[in-house]
Design a protein around this ligand. Structure first.
Ligand code: ADP
Length: 272
């Protein structure tokens, strides 16, 4: 159109080709590069999504990959705690510099930017979505082989922004055994399909307990449905994680990287 000022935010002309082609993607800055990006999602909070993100990052780093974590769970960030990170982030000429864990994982989280980590983040969705775009664009992601994004739970505004604006290779869905029998996995798969992003992995957390004395495996929630669901939705990789008090202790103590038998080592290597 002749009088188009190319500012789609203030124009409501219907059927405008320019707006239909509007680019929602966020771009890395020139000093950054990230080869593969995986989103870790869940239907609701507390099912172990951050735990899975952390363990996958540990497995990737141990496999020799330059690894990054973007903590996009802005209102409930738990990645810094799991890795024992406390120092505030600083900026350099290329942008914000991620914190570095003992295994060399680059981490960016809002908790490393606010002064008091117990302060609640009372921001509306669009503001949070803007912060996540800034985490992609204004951070110096230095030659990362792989990035794991700890996504906010659910299928709301913020996960939608991430799906639309970041170049996700695929997503990993984390569930509890109870959720596997419900509709949560189906919802996550349908949302990813709508966005043309493949669901490449399904993790059932807290699926069993191993007796510390005799090694017997107890399934408090009955037999797992994970394999059946993976076949039903065409998800290529699956993993089951036990309820493990030792793991919970390491995470609480900021020492997740000291895990000896990482339950997601094989799963992560398959996906990378
Ligand atoms: P989410 O990111 O989905 O909100 P978290 O990863 O923060 O969930 O996990 C919630 C709590 O449950 C944390 O205290 C975590 O240490 C604990 N937890 C998660 N998975 C396990 C597990 N497999 N065994 C023991 N504790 C776990």
């Amino acid at each position: 159109m002749a009088d188009c000022d190319h500012d789609c935010s203030s124009c409501g002309v219907e059927g405008c080709g320019e707006r239909e082609e509007m680019d929602l993607r966020a771009y890395l800055n020139q000093a950054s590069s990230v080869k593969k990006v995986f989103g870790v999602v869940s239907g609701k909070g507390g099912v172990g999504k951050s735990m899975v993100t952390g363990l996958m990052a540990c497995a990737a780093a141990k496999a020799g990959q330059k690894t990054a974590i973007m903590d996009a769970d802005i209102t409930g960030p738990s990645i810094p705690t799991a890795f024992g990170l406390k120092e505030q982030l600083v900026a350099c000429e290329y942008g914000l510099v991620p914190a570095v864990t003992r295994l060399g994982i680059d981490v960016v989280s809002l908790n490393l930017l606010i002064e008091n980590e117990t302060d609640p983040v009372v921001w509306r969705g669009p503001v949070i979505a803007g912060v996540i775009k800034q985490f992609w664009t204004e951070v110096w992601w230095n030659e990362e082989d792989v990035m794991f994004i700890d996504m906010p739970p659910g299928t709301g505004d913020v996960p939608l922004t991430i799906f639309q604006s970041l170049p996700l290779e695929g997503i990993v869905v984390v569930t509890s055994p109870q959720e596997l029998v419900g509709k949560i996995v189906e919802k996550a798969v349908k949302m990813a399909n709508l966005m043309n992003i493949p669901v490449i992995g399904l993790v059932e957390n807290m699926s069993y307990i191993k007796c510390p004395d005799c090694g017997q495996i107890i399934r408090p929630f009955g037999e797992s449905h994970i394999k059946k669901l993976a076949v039903q939705y065409g998800i290529p990789h699956t993993a089951e994680m036990p309820i493990d008090p030792q793991l919970a202790h390491l995470v609480d103590a900021g020492r997740i990287e000291e895990i000896q038998d990482n339950p997601l080592e094989k799963f992560t290597k398959e996906i990378l």
